[in-house]
Design a protein. Structure first.
Length: 552
């Protein structure tokens, strides 16, 4: 039996969040998950964090990348905060009310907040941001889907806004807590509309740090916002950052990143699991690991084209791969094998009963392929039908591959070959990658997506959330029953009932072979013991506003 990491009780977390959601006003309290308690905070200095990947776009309204969220959380604040314990707190919004049908949210906003460019924060700024996210010209690849069935906003006063949805949208507050729905200066949205992806001085928010410089795939630099006086109520650190400067370096090579940490060139680093034990043996470093909520790292199968239209072929794909053995051998027991498209720490969703639903059974897989008409083999041992080889294409961007996913991909490829399935891994450039993503020009697509809410399943399985519409429905599922379950989950405030709806989607996705779950991502960060105050939010992403260094 596999080793399972400790899980947060889903119903308890969801109950806390939902109780806050339906209350007439929000209240403070709580806190983030923190690291380090070695002494009194020290003001000043520079803290450098090494990230595993870069990004071609630093506009969180456009980019879907986790790294965009981690980097730009420093610049863009949100209406509300979801802390590391899954509790909601006021932030740019002082309080909020929710209509009984969960279609209308009314926010009372702070009146003492200023953007980095001197523009006052108000209700008009919130509306401008929401409209920007939904505008086709923004080409949002995630934020638009997070905003869901948004139907418009009404400015009810200088610091009061009503946000409306065409359908019940219980997950909205969690979505509103993310950097993807962070609030940018409305002046910047107009003035820099063609440069927002470029980051640097084009990124203008209200956050604890001002964006100073961004060198694509090299580094992002930030300076303390001395005027910052509106920390979220749940934040451990209040007020301006203690650091003078924050630097995020993009070091895709695992060995380079680990070496930069152990040699003291950086103060903290996102680490591969292969480096975890080395860091644990180094007394000058601390290691923290947190299992990420949201979508597990999985292979999604395109049900809309080619051989994978046939469910028998998709099931054969699942059963041909010994996932447990691959994850154990490649990740040395540091990662948990995934059984569901949802990770087990996702609040109000994960159903343990799904474990074991996909078995490694090459004989059964071979029988399914024979039944589907792929009974003959060519000279290389691959199955053929009507003169065509059973070839499946999996595009990827080589520069963005991390976490030994290249090794895992090759291992999956080898497993499938044993049963005559030709999995072709196509290295492509960024532009071609997203073009194929939008058009559905692939058979297999790998993905993991962090979100502290089971509504992430709507992104992956709601029929209206195809990639061309800003969603993540890469399996291109169009099923009325699945849509109904997802909409029921979005309309339900009772945690237990919500969990039932999403659990049905989890099971359907696996049983109909739309996905092969591989492993549950873990955020692993090594930190110098000369630094303190690093915290993690509900998404297991590092937060830097309260970081300080014991020596400078």
């Amino acid at each position: 039996m596999e080793r399972h990491m400790p899980r947060r009780p889903a119903a308890t977390t969801a109950a806390t969040a939902t109780a806050l959601l339906v209350s007439l006003t929000a209240c403070g309290g709580g806190g983030e998950q923190g690291e380090g308690k070695s002494g009194e905070p020290v003001r000043g200095g520079t803290f450098t964090y090494a990230a595993a990947v870069g990004t071609s776009c630093l506009d969180p309204h456009t980019s879907p990348g986790d790294i965009t969220a981690v980097v730009q959380r420093n610049v863009f604040d949100s209406l509300v905060q979801l802390d590391g314990d899954g509790k909601l707190h006021p932030w740019l919004a002082k309080s909020w009310t929710v209509s009984k049908d969960a279609r209308t949210y009314t926010f009372e906003l702070r009146d003492d907040v200023t953007f980095h460019d001197g523009t006052p924060f108000d209700a008009a700024a919130v509306k401008a941001n929401l409209e920007h996210i939904k505008a086709p010209a923004t080409k949002s690849l995630y934020a638009s889907a997070l905003l869901g069935p948004y139907s418009g906003s009404k400015v009810l006063g200088k610091h009061r806004i009503e946000i409306a949805f065409s359908e019940p949208n219980i997950p909205f507050l969690q979505a509103a807590s993310t950097p993807y729905l962070g609030i940018a200066s409305p002046a910047s949205l107009t003035k820099f509309k063609d440069q927002l992806c470029a980051g640097g001085t084009y990124s203008v928010g209200t956050g604890p740090f001002r964006s100073v410089r961004y060198v694509k795939n090299d580094r992002a630099e930030f300076a303390r916002n001395d005027d910052y006086a509106w920390s979220p109520a749940g934040a451990k650190h209040q007020g301006p950052p203690l650091l003078d400067k924050l630097v995020v370096r993009f070091l895709p090579e695992d060995s380079v990143r680990s070496g930069a940490l152990t040699s003291g060139q950086v103060d903290a680093a996102a680490l591969p699991v292969t480096s975890a034990r080395t860091v644990q043996r180094d007394s000058s470093l601390r290691l923290t690991k947190r299992q990420a909520p949201g979508a597990s790292y999985s292979l999604y199968l395109n049900t809309d084209r080619g051989p994978l239209r046939d469910e028998r072929v998709r099931r054969a794909f699942q059963q041909s791969v010994d996932v447990s053995a691959l994850v154990k051998s490649i990740y040395r027991g540091e990662y948990e094998r995934a059984w569901s498209p949802l990770g087990p720490t996702t609040p109000a969703a994960y159903d343990d009963a799904i474990e074991g639903a996909v078995s490694h059974d090459p004989a059964a897989a071979a029988k399914l392929l024979d039944e589907a008409g792929w009974s003959k083999k060519d000279a290389q041992g691959y199955r053929v039908k009507d003169g065509e080889r059973l070839s499946l294409h999996w595009p990827f961007i080589g520069a963005l591959v991390r976490d030994q996913r290249d090794v895992l991909g090759e291992a999956v490829q080898a497993e499938l070959k044993k049963n005559g399935i030709d999995l072709v891994r196509d290295p492509v450039e960024t532009g071609a990658y997203f073009e194929r993503y939008g058009k559905g020009d692939y058979d297999v697509w790998d993905n993991a997506w962090v979100r502290a809410d089971p509504a992430i399943l709507a992104g992956f399985y709601l029929s209206t959330n195809l990639p061309s519409a800003g969603g993540q429905n890469v399996s291109r599922t169009r099923d009325k029953q699945v849509d109904a379950w997802l909409r029921a989950g979005a309309a339900e405030s009772r945690p237990a009932e919500r969990e039932k709806s999403y659990a049905k989607v989890e099971r359907w996705a696996v049983d109909h072979a739309t996905v092969l779950p591989l492993y549950v991502p873990v955020t692993t960060v090594g930190v110098s013991r000369k630094a303190d105050g690093l915290t993690f939010d509900a998404n297991a992403w590092p937060q830097f506003a309260g970081v300080w260094k014991t020596t400078r």
